[in-house]
Design a protein around this ligand. Sequence first.
Ligand code: ATP
Length: 348
Amino acid sequence: MAEIQLRKISKRWGSFVGVDSFDLTIADQEFLVLLGPSGCGKTTTMRMIAGLEDATEGEIWIGDRKVNDLDPKDRDVAMVFQSYGLYPHINVYENIRFPLKVRKADPATHDERVMKAAEMVELTDFLHRKPAELSGGQRQRVALARAIVRKPSVFLMDEPLSNLDAKLRVSTRAQIKNLSHELKVTTVYVTHDQIEAMTLADRVVVMKQGIVQQVGTPTDIYDMPANTFVASFIGSPAMNLMEGVIEGGTFRGKNVEISGLQASDGEVTLGFRAEDAEVADGNGQVNAPLYTIELLGDATMLTVRAGGQLVSVKAHKEFRAEIGDMVSFSVPTDICHLFDTATGARIG
Ligand code: ATP
């Protein structure tokens, strides 16, 4: 069992708080993704789990052991970084074998274990090459094989795909998901890419400035963002957010009126996603001039100028209009998100 418990862990350097009271239990075999913009404390959280950084406060448990005072090598975790960390002078086979030698695993088992790991990441044809003779994607797979070969209880992965081109990222991402499922290893994965987070995670932790904003399944986070930060960070394009006032069930923003809301009166920020808007033939709730039109293949993405801001609206794939044409759309009130304008917190 490799459940990880982070009990109110914080990291401070002087008065600067890098991670603030992070409190979470990561289930055995869970795939947990830490997501947030640059500098929000993702890597620091992971480095504390690995033992590369001491927690200023709080306890870290892996399985039934408190590990705060254990060296990284005694924590039974394997790390994969964006810079692959391979040894340039030895071949792929020896790179994968390296952790077994360091950990003094029974030499009689080395060959079988290296070959199995190489097979899992489809590297058996490259075992005699040196890292310099491999592509970026192949190098990243060597780094993965080197993590797998040890059979650790925990995988820690820090942006492992960020040096790969877009196509390789997608295929390696699928491979990582498949591996973690097959190996049944608890995985903590750091990324600033929300698509990676949504596709890989059992649960996502969204962080901002060292503080956890929301923990939930990808669906929870997409459908019920806890605040405007999460709402605008998850989803592409970002959720449309409009400030305004609700009076008698009608939202009034700048030149935008949406009626039929079941909400109490007051200042709110109303949110809706591009795909939830319904483009209508001139009789929608909102009429706004077209700013750009992008053909996505399976749909057409419209950006309109509504009430002094740009708003994204998804239309069907045959939809066509010229820039400046009026676009008419409605927002079904049951899918609107409401946030407190002052705090950003979700209110409905
Ligand atoms: P990125 O996506 O850019 O890697 P991150 O979310 O992983 O960002 P961290 O590397 O965890 O962010 O850093 C969190 C904050 O702590 C940042 O503001 C960073 O500048 C600060 N920080 C990190 N290491 C130190 C250090 N050794 N001393 C002081 N501040 C640090």
